[in-house]
Design a protein around this ligand. Sequence first.
Ligand SMILES: C[S@@+](CC[C@H](N)C(=O)[O-])C[C@H]1O[C@@H](n2cnc3c(N)ncnc32)[C@H](O)[C@@H]1O
Length: 404
Amino acid sequence: MEIDGPESLNQLVTTAVLGAGFRRATFAGVTRGNTASPWVRVVVRPVELRGERCLQFSYFDAKKDTTRNFLPTEATTPLSEVLAVGFSGIHIATDAEELDLRTTKKGKVLVGWRAVSGAPVELEPHNRVKDVPLPEGRADRLLEVMGIATADGKVRPTMRAKFTQINEFLKQLRHALDAAELRDLGRPVEILDCGCGSSYLTLAAHHYLNNVLAIPAHVLGVDVNEEVIRKSAERSERIAANGLSFACGRIGGIDVKPDIVLALHACDTATDDAIAQAIRGEAKMLLSVPCCHHALNRELRADGPTEVLRPLLRHGILRERTADLVTDAFRALALRIVGYRTDVVEFVSTEHTARNLMIRAIRGASVGEAVHVSEYREMKRFWGVTPYIETALGEPFTKMVNVV
Ligand SMILES: C[S@@+](CC[C@H](N)C(=O)[O-])C[C@H]1O[C@@H](n2cnc3c(N)ncnc32)[C@H](O)[C@@H]1O
Protein backbone atom coordinates (compact mmCIF):
# COMPACT_ATOMS: atom_id res chain seq x y z
CA MET A 1 0.00 0.00 0.00
CA GLU A 2 1.20 3.53 -0.70
CA ILE A 3 0.19 6.72 1.11
CA ASP A 4 0.54 10.36 0.09
CA GLY A 5 3.86 11.73 1.21
CA PRO A 6 5.25 12.96 4.50
CA GLU A 7 2.15 14.56 6.00
CA SER A 8 0.07 11.38 5.92
CA LEU A 9 3.09 9.48 7.21
CA ASN A 10 3.51 11.88 10.15
CA GLN A 11 -0.18 11.64 10.98
CA LEU A 12 -0.14 7.85 10.88
CA VAL A 13 2.94 7.64 13.12
CA THR A 14 1.68 10.24 15.60
CA THR A 15 -1.68 8.49 15.97
CA ALA A 16 0.01 5.14 16.59
CA VAL A 17 2.69 6.39 18.98
CA LEU A 18 0.36 8.53 21.07
CA GLY A 19 -2.40 5.88 21.07
CA ALA A 20 -3.21 3.69 24.07
CA GLY A 21 -2.02 0.35 22.62
CA PHE A 22 1.40 1.60 21.53
CA ARG A 23 4.28 -0.82 22.19
CA ARG A 24 7.38 0.32 20.33
CA ALA A 25 8.60 2.44 17.41
CA THR A 26 11.99 2.30 15.73
CA PHE A 27 13.13 5.07 13.39
CA ALA A 28 16.19 4.12 11.34
CA GLY A 29 17.70 3.96 7.87
CA VAL A 30 18.76 6.73 5.53
CA THR A 31 17.67 10.20 6.65
CA ARG A 32 15.93 12.46 4.14
CA GLY A 33 15.06 15.51 6.27
CA ASN A 34 16.13 19.06 5.43
CA THR A 35 18.81 19.24 8.10
CA ALA A 36 21.57 16.79 8.98
CA SER A 37 20.39 14.25 11.54
CA PRO A 38 22.08 14.17 14.94
CA TRP A 39 20.91 10.55 15.34
CA VAL A 40 21.36 7.29 13.48
CA ARG A 41 18.39 5.66 15.18
CA VAL A 42 15.63 6.57 17.61
CA VAL A 43 13.56 4.09 19.61
CA VAL A 44 10.35 5.06 21.41
CA ARG A 45 8.59 2.80 23.90
CA PRO A 46 6.11 3.20 26.76
CA VAL A 47 7.55 2.85 30.26
CA GLU A 48 6.22 3.26 33.76
CA LEU A 49 7.82 6.07 35.70
CA ARG A 50 6.80 6.76 39.28
CA GLY A 51 3.47 5.03 38.60
CA GLU A 52 2.72 7.02 35.43
CA ARG A 53 2.74 5.91 31.81
CA CYS A 54 5.46 7.79 29.92
CA LEU A 55 7.03 7.56 26.49
CA GLN A 56 10.76 6.92 26.54
CA PHE A 57 12.76 8.28 23.59
CA SER A 58 16.21 6.68 23.15
CA TYR A 59 18.35 8.65 20.71
CA PHE A 60 21.38 6.85 19.29
CA ASP A 61 24.17 8.69 17.53
CA ALA A 62 27.44 7.16 16.27
CA LYS A 63 29.04 7.29 19.72
CA LYS A 64 26.50 7.28 22.49
CA ASP A 65 22.83 7.22 23.28
CA THR A 66 20.61 9.59 25.23
CA THR A 67 17.31 8.71 26.84
CA ARG A 68 14.50 11.13 27.65
CA ASN A 69 11.07 10.40 29.12
CA PHE A 70 7.91 12.38 28.37
CA LEU A 71 4.32 12.21 29.51
CA PRO A 72 2.17 11.33 26.45
CA THR A 73 0.72 14.86 26.56
CA GLU A 74 4.24 16.29 26.19
CA ALA A 75 5.44 13.86 23.55
CA THR A 76 4.11 15.60 20.41
CA THR A 77 7.09 17.96 20.08
CA PRO A 78 9.87 15.37 20.51
CA LEU A 79 8.01 13.08 18.13
CA SER A 80 7.75 15.85 15.51
CA GLU A 81 11.50 16.42 15.88
CA VAL A 82 12.18 12.77 15.15
CA LEU A 83 9.80 12.78 12.18
CA ALA A 84 11.50 15.90 10.79
CA VAL A 85 14.72 13.88 10.43
CA GLY A 86 13.02 11.89 7.67
CA PHE A 87 14.19 8.38 8.56
CA SER A 88 13.52 6.10 5.58
CA GLY A 89 12.49 3.12 7.75
CA ILE A 90 9.94 3.29 10.56
CA HIS A 91 8.64 0.22 12.33
CA ILE A 92 5.74 0.54 14.77
CA ALA A 93 4.17 -2.13 16.95
CA THR A 94 0.91 -1.67 18.83
CA ASP A 95 -1.35 -4.15 20.62
CA ALA A 96 -3.38 -4.53 17.42
CA GLU A 97 -1.02 -4.07 14.47
CA GLU A 98 2.47 -3.75 13.10
CA LEU A 99 3.38 -1.10 10.57
CA ASP A 100 6.44 -0.97 8.35
CA LEU A 101 6.79 2.43 6.73
CA ARG A 102 9.43 2.88 4.04
CA THR A 103 10.13 6.15 2.27
CA THR A 104 11.77 5.63 -1.13
CA LYS A 105 14.38 7.91 -2.72
CA LYS A 106 11.60 9.47 -4.78
CA GLY A 107 9.61 10.29 -1.65
CA LYS A 108 6.98 7.54 -2.02
CA VAL A 109 5.77 6.16 1.31
CA LEU A 110 5.15 2.40 1.21
CA VAL A 111 3.21 0.88 4.08
CA GLY A 112 3.41 -2.74 5.20
CA TRP A 113 0.66 -3.62 7.66
CA ARG A 114 -0.44 -6.68 9.54
CA ALA A 115 -2.76 -7.37 12.41
CA VAL A 116 -1.32 -8.89 15.58
CA SER A 117 -3.09 -10.62 18.39
CA GLY A 118 -2.17 -11.34 21.99
CA ALA A 119 -2.72 -9.76 25.36
CA PRO A 120 -1.74 -6.11 25.83
CA VAL A 121 1.82 -5.79 27.05
CA GLU A 122 2.43 -4.74 30.62
CA LEU A 123 4.53 -1.62 31.02
CA GLU A 124 8.13 -2.07 31.99
CA PRO A 125 9.65 0.03 34.75
CA HIS A 126 11.90 2.49 32.87
CA ASN A 127 15.11 1.09 34.35
CA ARG A 128 14.27 -2.59 34.54
CA VAL A 129 17.11 -4.91 33.56
CA LYS A 130 15.55 -7.96 31.92
CA ASP A 131 16.99 -11.24 32.95
CA VAL A 132 16.12 -12.86 29.65
CA PRO A 133 17.71 -10.94 26.79
CA LEU A 134 15.05 -11.96 24.24
CA PRO A 135 11.85 -12.66 26.18
CA GLU A 136 9.22 -14.83 24.56
CA GLY A 137 5.45 -14.70 24.60
CA ARG A 138 4.85 -11.37 22.94
CA ALA A 139 4.93 -10.20 19.36
CA ASP A 140 8.54 -9.52 18.48
CA ARG A 141 9.42 -8.50 14.97
CA LEU A 142 13.05 -9.57 15.31
CA LEU A 143 12.22 -13.11 16.47
CA GLU A 144 9.65 -13.37 13.73
CA VAL A 145 12.02 -12.17 11.00
CA MET A 146 14.65 -14.61 12.28
CA GLY A 147 12.06 -17.39 11.90
CA ILE A 148 12.34 -18.24 15.61
CA ALA A 149 8.86 -17.13 16.69
CA THR A 150 5.44 -16.87 15.08
CA ALA A 151 3.78 -13.49 14.55
CA ASP A 152 2.06 -13.72 17.94
CA GLY A 153 5.28 -14.42 19.81
CA LYS A 154 5.24 -18.21 20.13
CA VAL A 155 8.65 -19.83 19.78
CA ARG A 156 8.49 -22.46 17.03
CA PRO A 157 9.11 -25.91 18.54
CA THR A 158 11.89 -26.62 16.03
CA MET A 159 13.63 -23.37 16.99
CA ARG A 160 13.41 -23.80 20.78
CA ALA A 161 16.99 -25.07 21.14
CA LYS A 162 18.44 -22.25 19.03
CA PHE A 163 16.32 -19.69 20.90
CA THR A 164 17.68 -20.90 24.25
CA GLN A 165 21.26 -21.03 22.97
CA ILE A 166 21.03 -17.44 21.74
CA ASN A 167 19.53 -16.18 25.01
CA GLU A 168 22.21 -17.91 27.07
CA PHE A 169 24.94 -16.66 24.73
CA LEU A 170 23.64 -13.10 25.11
CA LYS A 171 23.69 -13.43 28.91
CA GLN A 172 27.36 -14.38 28.69
CA LEU A 173 27.95 -11.41 26.41
CA ARG A 174 26.27 -9.08 28.90
CA HIS A 175 28.46 -10.30 31.78
CA ALA A 176 31.62 -10.20 29.71
CA LEU A 177 30.93 -6.62 28.55
CA ASP A 178 31.40 -5.45 32.12
CA ALA A 179 34.43 -7.64 32.76
CA ALA A 180 36.08 -6.29 29.60
CA GLU A 181 34.98 -2.69 30.31
CA LEU A 182 33.33 -2.39 26.92
CA ARG A 183 30.09 -0.73 27.92
CA ASP A 184 31.25 2.81 27.50
CA LEU A 185 33.87 3.22 24.81
CA GLY A 186 32.62 6.63 23.67
CA ARG A 187 32.05 5.06 20.22
CA PRO A 188 30.10 2.05 18.97
CA VAL A 189 31.54 -1.26 20.07
CA GLU A 190 32.65 -3.28 17.02
CA ILE A 191 31.60 -6.93 16.97
CA LEU A 192 32.53 -9.67 14.53
CA ASP A 193 30.44 -12.86 14.38
CA CYS A 194 32.57 -15.57 12.76
CA GLY A 195 30.77 -18.31 10.82
CA CYS A 196 27.49 -16.47 11.34
CA GLY A 197 25.42 -18.96 9.28
CA SER A 198 21.76 -17.94 9.35
CA SER A 199 22.76 -15.06 11.64
CA TYR A 200 20.52 -15.75 14.60
CA LEU A 201 23.27 -14.67 16.98
CA THR A 202 24.38 -11.78 14.75
CA LEU A 203 20.94 -10.21 14.60
CA ALA A 204 20.19 -10.95 18.23
CA ALA A 205 23.47 -9.45 19.48
CA HIS A 206 22.92 -6.32 17.39
CA HIS A 207 19.40 -5.91 18.74
CA TYR A 208 20.30 -6.72 22.34
CA LEU A 209 23.17 -4.26 22.56
CA ASN A 210 21.62 -1.39 20.62
CA ASN A 211 17.97 -1.63 21.60
CA VAL A 212 17.89 -3.36 24.97
CA LEU A 213 21.17 -2.49 26.70
CA ALA A 214 21.38 0.78 24.73
CA ILE A 215 25.08 0.21 24.00
CA PRO A 216 25.78 1.47 20.47
CA ALA A 217 27.20 -1.47 18.54
CA HIS A 218 28.15 -2.33 14.98
CA VAL A 219 27.96 -6.02 14.15
CA LEU A 220 29.52 -7.74 11.14
CA GLY A 221 28.62 -11.34 10.32
CA VAL A 222 31.08 -13.33 8.22
CA ASP A 223 30.47 -16.66 6.57
CA VAL A 224 31.99 -18.52 3.68
CA ASN A 225 28.57 -19.56 2.40
CA GLU A 226 27.15 -17.02 -0.08
CA GLU A 227 23.56 -18.15 0.33
CA VAL A 228 23.41 -17.65 4.11
CA ILE A 229 25.01 -14.23 3.72
CA ARG A 230 22.42 -13.21 1.11
CA LYS A 231 19.56 -14.34 3.38
CA SER A 232 21.08 -12.64 6.42
CA ALA A 233 21.42 -9.33 4.55
CA GLU A 234 17.75 -9.62 3.52
CA ARG A 235 16.68 -10.18 7.14
CA SER A 236 18.73 -7.22 8.28
CA GLU A 237 16.94 -5.00 5.72
CA ARG A 238 13.57 -6.22 6.92
CA ILE A 239 14.28 -5.00 10.46
CA ALA A 240 15.91 -1.78 9.17
CA ALA A 241 18.94 -2.32 11.39
CA ASN A 242 21.74 0.24 11.30
CA GLY A 243 25.33 -0.83 11.78
CA LEU A 244 24.58 -4.45 10.94
CA SER A 245 26.44 -5.85 7.95
CA PHE A 246 27.47 -9.13 6.38
CA ALA A 247 30.43 -10.26 4.36
CA CYS A 248 30.99 -13.46 2.46
CA GLY A 249 34.46 -14.85 3.02
CA ARG A 250 36.67 -17.04 5.15
CA ILE A 251 37.25 -16.16 8.77
CA GLY A 252 40.55 -14.30 8.97
CA GLY A 253 40.29 -13.19 5.34
CA ILE A 254 38.49 -9.96 6.13
CA ASP A 255 40.56 -7.07 7.34
CA VAL A 256 38.80 -5.82 10.49
CA LYS A 257 39.84 -5.15 14.08
CA PRO A 258 36.75 -5.77 16.20
CA ASP A 259 36.51 -5.19 19.94
CA ILE A 260 34.59 -8.43 20.36
CA VAL A 261 34.80 -11.65 18.40
CA LEU A 262 31.94 -14.14 18.64
CA ALA A 263 31.78 -17.63 17.19
CA LEU A 264 28.89 -19.99 17.80
CA HIS A 265 29.47 -23.48 16.44
CA ALA A 266 31.97 -22.39 13.80
CA CYS A 267 32.85 -25.77 12.25
CA ASP A 268 36.01 -27.63 13.23
CA THR A 269 39.11 -25.46 12.66
CA ALA A 270 36.98 -22.38 11.84
CA THR A 271 36.87 -21.91 15.64
CA ASP A 272 40.70 -21.73 15.67
CA ASP A 273 40.57 -19.22 12.81
CA ALA A 274 38.12 -17.11 14.84
CA ILE A 275 40.44 -17.26 17.86
CA ALA A 276 43.39 -16.28 15.65
CA GLN A 277 41.38 -13.40 14.18
CA ALA A 278 40.63 -12.12 17.71
CA ILE A 279 44.26 -12.37 18.77
CA ARG A 280 45.69 -10.77 15.61
CA GLY A 281 43.19 -7.92 15.78
CA GLU A 282 43.85 -7.48 19.52
CA ALA A 283 40.17 -7.90 20.28
CA LYS A 284 39.30 -7.13 23.88
CA MET A 285 36.98 -10.12 24.16
CA LEU A 286 36.31 -13.47 22.56
CA LEU A 287 33.32 -15.72 23.20
CA SER A 288 33.56 -18.92 21.24
CA VAL A 289 31.43 -22.05 21.37
CA PRO A 290 33.28 -24.73 19.40
CA CYS A 291 31.53 -27.25 17.22
CA CYS A 292 32.90 -30.48 15.77
CA HIS A 293 36.62 -31.21 16.39
CA HIS A 294 37.90 -33.38 13.55
CA ALA A 295 41.43 -32.06 13.12
CA LEU A 296 43.00 -33.36 16.32
CA ASN A 297 40.99 -36.57 16.25
CA ARG A 298 42.91 -37.54 13.10
CA GLU A 299 46.24 -37.01 14.88
CA LEU A 300 45.67 -38.79 18.18
CA ARG A 301 47.72 -42.00 18.58
CA ALA A 302 48.14 -44.37 21.51
CA ASP A 303 51.86 -44.05 21.16
CA GLY A 304 54.78 -43.05 23.39
CA PRO A 305 53.50 -41.39 26.59
CA THR A 306 49.87 -41.90 25.49
CA GLU A 307 50.35 -45.67 25.08
CA VAL A 308 48.69 -46.03 28.49
CA LEU A 309 45.53 -44.46 27.03
CA ARG A 310 45.06 -47.19 24.42
CA PRO A 311 41.86 -48.48 26.16
CA LEU A 312 40.42 -44.96 25.86
CA LEU A 313 41.49 -44.19 22.31
CA ARG A 314 40.42 -47.48 20.76
CA HIS A 315 36.71 -46.63 21.10
CA GLY A 316 35.52 -44.18 18.46
CA ILE A 317 33.20 -42.20 20.73
CA LEU A 318 35.68 -41.99 23.63
CA ARG A 319 38.44 -41.00 21.24
CA GLU A 320 36.17 -38.32 19.71
CA ARG A 321 35.33 -36.84 23.12
CA THR A 322 38.97 -36.94 24.16
CA ALA A 323 39.90 -35.07 20.97
CA ASP A 324 37.20 -32.47 21.73
CA LEU A 325 38.54 -31.82 25.23
CA VAL A 326 42.20 -31.80 24.25
CA THR A 327 41.53 -29.42 21.33
CA ASP A 328 39.71 -26.96 23.59
CA ALA A 329 42.38 -27.25 26.28
CA PHE A 330 45.03 -26.29 23.69
CA ARG A 331 42.89 -23.37 22.51
CA ALA A 332 42.32 -22.04 26.01
CA LEU A 333 45.99 -22.41 26.86
CA ALA A 334 47.10 -20.66 23.66
CA LEU A 335 44.83 -17.74 24.59
CA ARG A 336 46.40 -17.56 28.04
CA ILE A 337 49.88 -17.55 26.52
CA VAL A 338 49.08 -14.56 24.31
CA GLY A 339 47.66 -12.56 27.23
CA TYR A 340 43.96 -13.38 27.53
CA ARG A 341 42.30 -14.22 30.86
CA THR A 342 40.57 -17.39 29.74
CA ASP A 343 38.12 -19.91 31.11
CA VAL A 344 35.85 -22.60 29.71
CA VAL A 345 32.26 -22.89 30.91
CA GLU A 346 29.03 -24.68 30.05
CA PHE A 347 26.95 -21.80 28.68
CA VAL A 348 23.73 -23.78 28.24
CA SER A 349 22.48 -27.18 29.34
CA THR A 350 23.19 -30.18 27.09
CA GLU A 351 19.45 -30.51 26.54
CA HIS A 352 19.72 -27.56 24.12
CA THR A 353 22.96 -28.58 22.40
CA ALA A 354 25.59 -31.23 22.98
CA ARG A 355 28.14 -28.61 21.88
CA ASN A 356 27.70 -26.52 24.98
CA LEU A 357 31.19 -25.45 26.04
CA MET A 358 32.12 -21.81 25.71
CA ILE A 359 35.67 -20.46 25.68
CA ARG A 360 35.60 -16.99 27.28
CA ALA A 361 38.65 -14.81 26.90
CA ILE A 362 39.35 -11.23 27.89
CA ARG A 363 42.53 -9.44 26.85
CA GLY A 364 44.76 -7.89 29.49
CA ALA A 365 46.82 -10.61 31.20
CA SER A 366 50.58 -10.78 30.81
CA VAL A 367 51.93 -12.32 27.63
CA GLY A 368 54.21 -15.37 27.45
CA GLU A 369 53.89 -16.45 31.12
CA ALA A 370 56.51 -19.17 31.64
CA VAL A 371 54.08 -21.47 33.43
CA HIS A 372 51.65 -21.46 30.51
CA VAL A 373 54.38 -21.88 27.91
CA SER A 374 55.74 -24.83 29.84
CA GLU A 375 52.26 -26.40 30.16
CA TYR A 376 51.82 -26.02 26.41
CA ARG A 377 55.10 -27.72 25.58
CA GLU A 378 54.39 -30.56 28.00
CA MET A 379 50.93 -31.11 26.63
CA LYS A 380 52.27 -31.21 23.06
CA ARG A 381 54.97 -33.64 24.04
CA PHE A 382 52.50 -35.90 25.87
CA TRP A 383 49.94 -36.08 23.08
CA GLY A 384 52.49 -35.98 20.26
CA VAL A 385 50.33 -33.61 18.19
CA THR A 386 50.41 -30.17 16.65
CA PRO A 387 47.04 -28.58 17.38
CA TYR A 388 45.62 -26.49 14.54
CA ILE A 389 45.49 -23.43 16.80
CA GLU A 390 49.27 -23.33 16.49
CA THR A 391 49.04 -23.31 12.69
CA ALA A 392 46.33 -20.62 12.79
CA LEU A 393 48.42 -18.38 15.05
CA GLY A 394 51.56 -18.88 12.96
CA GLU A 395 55.10 -17.75 13.59
CA PRO A 396 54.58 -15.15 16.33
CA PHE A 397 53.03 -17.88 18.47
CA THR A 398 55.42 -20.70 17.58
CA LYS A 399 58.35 -18.41 18.41
CA MET A 400 56.79 -17.63 21.77
CA VAL A 401 56.37 -21.27 22.70
CA ASN A 402 59.71 -22.15 21.11
CA VAL A 403 58.35 -24.83 18.87
CA VAL A 404 60.96 -25.73 16.28
C1 LIG B 1 27.11 -24.81 12.28
S1 LIG B 1 27.01 -23.32 11.44
C2 LIG B 1 26.75 -22.19 12.76
C3 LIG B 1 26.06 -20.92 12.32
C4 LIG B 1 25.72 -19.93 13.40
N1 LIG B 1 26.88 -19.39 14.05
C5 LIG B 1 24.74 -20.52 14.41
O1 LIG B 1 25.18 -20.94 15.47
O2 LIG B 1 23.55 -20.58 14.12
C6 LIG B 1 28.69 -23.01 10.98
C7 LIG B 1 28.86 -21.93 9.93
O3 LIG B 1 30.26 -21.65 9.80
C8 LIG B 1 30.54 -21.41 8.44
N2 LIG B 1 31.98 -21.65 8.23
C9 LIG B 1 32.65 -22.81 8.38
N3 LIG B 1 33.96 -22.62 8.15
C10 LIG B 1 34.14 -21.32 7.85
C11 LIG B 1 35.26 -20.50 7.54
N4 LIG B 1 36.49 -21.00 7.52
N5 LIG B 1 35.06 -19.19 7.31
C12 LIG B 1 33.80 -18.67 7.35
N6 LIG B 1 32.70 -19.39 7.64
C13 LIG B 1 32.86 -20.70 7.91
C14 LIG B 1 29.63 -22.36 7.69
O4 LIG B 1 29.40 -21.93 6.36
C15 LIG B 1 28.37 -22.33 8.55
O5 LIG B 1 27.45 -21.37 8.09
